[in-house]
Design a protein around this ligand. Structure first.
Ligand code: ZN
Length: 429
């Protein structure tokens, strides 16, 4: 995060779901904060950004990103990950704790916060581990990490298998008023699997990861959330049954929220080939009925946020035999394009609902004073359009890694400019 700046964004269609505003207006950011939103604004000596024909939204928040620093800097650093975020239209990102060492102490949290302050073009909010080393046994130093700046806890990638440990984590998280984000996967049910278990895994001769491995953990955590009163957030929800359970729990007043990733609504397991590990991720790509349920959940309001699960891996790791390749793909720079092409252009959701899923939605989950464009709010703004035609070329990515299945994909509409605290962090060339 650099020093705050001032900018006047003129002539765009401002969409701010938090204040239910949708109309032509200017946005004036002064010294890093939104000063005014309205027609015909003037400000002398302030940089002007022409946004005619574009949509001007609160800064997009990606609540699920892997930055790989400290410890795995050949895959991504805080600096490169933040640059990819800015290039993807995101002004704030939350980074998962599975670094080396694991972010399970205030020392690591403080390192990330400090490093981000020095080198990151966007706001970086660390998520702390639930257990020491994310080993699922002893609780991590959650209280002191919270003082050092974590916004949530999660053992993403290595979910807590012990329900008693998860219960205690939820009790602590409730006392601190932070959400527990769970990567819901029963590791015994999914063990050894490479892709979704079904006809496609049989056809390809790959070992399957059953939907039940996600569903049983969502069910367990919903029961624990009800028991403890904690806020439980389902990371990268991928199955129709999990979606139905979250919708049911919400209707009963359980404190639960969920996110979905663009790849889980844009792709199915039929896209998989054993030769391309860029389709290998956890949770795996599911069947079309799951994709339909995800889109319905987005439409109906069951889904709170779209998050990328940006998971950079260097080329040499993704170029092994399929079974040996790590799980995960990059996602920051294709999220807006995919959401427009898969959800907005086909008419599943309005562009206003899309903005909500990237702004007020995640801000509410994380209790962040962000995700709105009203006087006094942080001067973070995402400008995008609905019509520009562009092609994603992974070789041009700002990320250090290249593991995306969307290289070469053509998009209609995409990010135009990313403004963080009143300064342009990225702008389309
Ligand atoms: Zn995960």
């Amino acid at each position: 995060m650099k020093t705050p700046g001032s900018i006047l964004i003129k002539g765009g269609r401002v969409i701010d779901p938090a204040s239910k505003f949708d109309g032509l207006a200017d946005v004036l950011v002064r010294d890093g904060k939104v000063e005014a939103v309205g027609p015909g604004l003037r400000a002398d000596g302030v940089e002007v950004l022409d946004a005619i024909g574009s949509i001007v939204a609160p800064g997009f928040i990606d609540m699920h990103v892997h930055l790989r620093e400290p410890g795995i800097e050949h895959a991504e650093t805080i600096e490169t990950g933040a640059r990819a975020a800015a290039a993807g239209g995101f002004t704030s990102i939350c980074c998962m704790p599975n670094t080396l060492p694991t972010n399970d102490s205030a020392t690591v949290t403080s390192y990330i916060v400090q490093r981000a302050r020095e080198v990151a073009d966007v706001n970086v909010f660390p998520i702390g581990a639930i257990t020491k080393g994310s080993k699922g046994e002893e609780l991590a130093a959650i209280g002191s990490m919270h003082e050092a700046g974590i916004v949530a806890i999660s053992d993403d990638g290595r979910p807590v298998m012990n329900a008693r440990v998860m219960r205690r984590a939820m009790e602590l998280a409730k006392a601190l008023d932070i959400p527990v984000i769970d990567h819901c996967e029963d590791l015994n049910l999914s063990a050894g699997g490479d892709m979704h278990e079904g006809p496609e895994s049989v056809r390809l001769g790959l070992r399957g990861i059953p939907s039940a491995s996600e569903d049983v953990m969502v069910a367990r955590d919903l029961l624990l959330a009800e028991l403890t009163g904690a806020w439980f957030h389902v990371a990268h929800l991928s199955t129709c049954r999990s979606m139905a359970m979250v919708a049911f729990a919400k209707s009963r007043g359980v404190h639960v929220s969920c996110e979905v990733t663009p790849h889980h609504f844009a792709l199915t397991d039929e896209e998989l080939s054993v030769y391309d590990s860029n389709y290998k991720m956890k949770p795996p790509l599911r069947r079309s009925r799951d994709v339909e349920a995800i889109i319905e959940g987005i439409r109906s309001g069951t889904v709170d946020a779209i998050a990328t699960d940006h998971a950079p891996h260097p080329g040499d790791e993704k170029m092994q035999e399929f079974e040996r390749c790590p799980f995960g793909i990059t996602g920051l720079e294709t999220a807006i394009g995919l959401t427009l092409s898969e959800l907005v252009h086909p008419g599943h959701i309005t562009v206003g609902r899309m903005v909500e899923l990237f702004t007020a939605g995640p801000a509410n989950v994380l209790r962040m004073d962000r995700g709105r464009l009203t006087a006094g709010a942080p001067g973070d703004v995402t400008v995008f359009d609905l019509t520009s035609e562009w092609t994603f070329d992974v070789r041009q990515s700002q990320s250090k890694s290249r593991n995306s299945p969307f290289s070469g994909r053509q998009f209609k509409g995409g990010q135009v400019a990313t403004i963080v605290a009143g300064k342009i962090a990225w702008r389309r060339a």
